[in-house]
Design a protein around this ligand. Structure first.
Ligand SMILES: O=C(O)CCC(=O)C(=O)O
Length: 306
C-alpha cells in the first residue's frame, strides 16, 4: 500500500485537522495557539512508548549547555523517511496548517526531539527561533514551529513557556547569556513587565503552533517523569535560505505530503531506528552553529519535587 498522498506543496486544505478561524486569530494576536488533542492518544502513544523505551534515541541524543552550564538534550533531523519520525513533520495537518497561518506554500525546515530526563536541571533560556534562522539566510520571519507534547507537560517537568504577544517585538539580537545564547536579560525584564508568560501545560498529543519571533523558554525537570517535546519547524518556500554554506539541508526541495491517517494506520516502518538524524560531529566544548556549547554525558541531577 502506498500510504502517502501525492500532492504538490502548497495546495493545502486536505488535512483532517484544520485550525479554526478563532485558533488562527489567536496565533496572529498572541504569537502562539495551543490546539488540544491535535494528535489522538492512539497516534502519539507509539512515540511516547518508544522514547520511554529508548531515552537516548539509539545513543544519538546530544546535549548542549544552558546558561548555567547544565546539559539540555536534543536530537534533530531534516529529511523524510518512512519511519514515524521521518513522516510526522510531513503530515497534511502540519504543512496545511503552517501554510494557512503563513499564507504561502511551506516546506519542512527541521525537527527536533527535545528531551528532559527526570530530575535534571537543564533548561532552555529565553530566545526567539527566527534570529538563528535569519543568520542561516532566511530573509523573512515567515516561519513557525508546531510543538507536539509527547509526554504530559507541566511546570514541574519543565514545560515550555511563551511570552504572549512577543512576536510583535520583531526579530531581536541575541546575546551571550552565561554559557548559552539568548534574549538580552535587561530587555527581557522590561518585556515581562508588559507581557504575560504562559506556561504551556499540555497533555500528550496536544500541540502548540508558535511564530518564529515568539519568545519562549523552558525550565528544569524537577519531577520524577521525563519530558519530551517534538518540535517541527516550517519555512515558506520563497524564504529558502540564500546562504550556501552549511545550509544544503535547509534548502527547499520538492516533497510529498503524508496523509493524516498514516499515524493511526501505523503506516511506518519503525519508530526511528532506521531514521537519518542530523549528525553533530562537534567535540565536547565546541560551539554549534547556533552558539550553544556541545556537551556529553554530563547531566546535572536535581532533587525531585515531592
Ligand atoms: O523543548 C523545549 O523546552 C524548548 C526547546 C527550544 O526552545 C528550542 O529548541 O528552540
Amino acid at each position: 500500500m502506498n500510504a502517502t498522498v501525492k500532492s504538490e506543496p502548497g495546495t493545502g486544505g486536505k488535512t483532517e485537522h484544520p485550525l479554526t478561524a478563532d485558533q488562527m486569530a489567536a496565533f496572529y494576536r498572541d504569537g502562539y495557539v495551543i490546539v488540544r488533542g491535535f494528535f489522538t492518544a492512539e497516534e502519539i502513544e507509539p512515540l511516547r512508548s518508544a522514547c520511554l523505551a529508548d531515552p537516548s534515541i539509539g545513543g544519538k541524543l546530544r546535549a548542549v549547555a544552558d546558561s548555567d552550564g547544565h546539559a539540555q538534550e536534543v536530537i534533530g533531523w531534516t529529511e523524510y523517511s518512512d519511519t514515524y519520525l521521518g513522516k510526522v513533520a510531513f503530515l497534511d495537518r502540519m504543512l496545511d496548517n503552517a501554510e494557512a497561518l503563513l499564507k504561502k506554500p511551506c516546506y519542512h525546515w527541521h525537527s527536533k526531539l527535545s528531551m528532559k530526563r527526570p530530575s535534571t536541571l537543564g533548561k532552555w533560556d529565553w530566545h526567539q527561533d527566527y534570529p538563528f534562522w535569519y543568520d542561516e539566510g532566511c530573509l523573512w520571519p515567515d516561519m513557525l514551529t508546531v510543538t507536539v507534547a509527547v509526554d504530559k507537560n507541566t511546570e514541574a517537568n519543565g514545560c515550555m513557556k511563551l511570552v504572549r504577544g512577543s512576536h510583535h517585538l520583531g526579530r531581536v539580537n541575541h546575546t551571550r547569556v552565561g554559557e548559552a545564547v539568548g534574549f538580552d536579560p535587561e530587555r527581557l525584564k522590561l518585556v515581562l513587565e508588559q507581557c504575560d508568560v504562559v506556561p504551556m501545560e499540555v497533555e500528550s498529543g496536544d500541540a502548540c503552533f508558535f511564530h518564529g519571533n515568539t519568545l519562549h523558554a523552558s525550565g528544569p525537570n524537577l519531577s520524577g517523569m521525563p519530558r519530551t517535546l517534538l518540535h517541527c519547524s516550517y519555512n515558506t518556500i520563497v524564504n529558502s535560505p540564500f546562504v550556501i554554506e552549511e545550509q544544503e539541508h535547509h534548502r527547499y526541495k520538492p516533497f510529498t505530503k503524508v496523509a493524516d491517517q498514516d499515524l493511526r494506520n501505523r503506516a511506518y516502518k519503525d519508530m526511528f531506528a532506521s531514521h537519518g538524524f542530523n549528525q553533530d560531529r562537534r567535540k565536547p566544548g565546541a560551539k554549534n552553529s547556533y552558539g550553544y556549547k556541545s556537551m556529553t554525558g554530563q547531566m546535572s541531577p536535581a532533587k525531585p519535587a515531592n
